[in-house]
Design a protein around this ligand. Sequence first.
Ligand SMILES: [Zn+2]
Ligand SMILES: [Zn+2]
Length: 154
Amino acid sequence: MRRIKDKNGGFFWACSDPDCHSFLPDADGKPGAPREKAVPSEFPCPVCGKPLYRKEKDGAPYWACFNREGHANGENVFLPDDNGKPGKPKQRAPRIVTEFVCPDCGKPLLLKNGTSKTGKAWERFDCSGFPTCKSSFWGGNGKPNFDKRAKTSR
Ligand SMILES: [Zn+2]
Ligand SMILES: [Zn+2]
């Protein structure tokens, strides 16, 4: 194996045979253990039926299927973890077009509501001019509160 400097100033190891495409990470100047390959789980993807992969992000598990060709929308499927099993996909809250208009651009506001983790109901009014206009307001009783701007990453 040869130790090779990568673009980011780090190192990796490559087999000295150019026809062999084996790479290993660098571990204190020695070839490290190969990265663990993801192992398919026993749980099928709810969309295409292929095995889901259990992944982790910041220590929190989640489930994913990367078989985009098998998904009607052509996107990867992600599911939350439910006690070691794939949970139900998150439902996107429906958006309702309201009679209220955005004070920044004059486009109608969309009402989105849901329930917080603590069980509190919330209402938010997002500008329909997104992404040109990123205005968003908290509200209540079906009305936006223009003094309470919401920070949102839609
Ligand atoms: Zn799938
Ligand atoms: Zn707007």
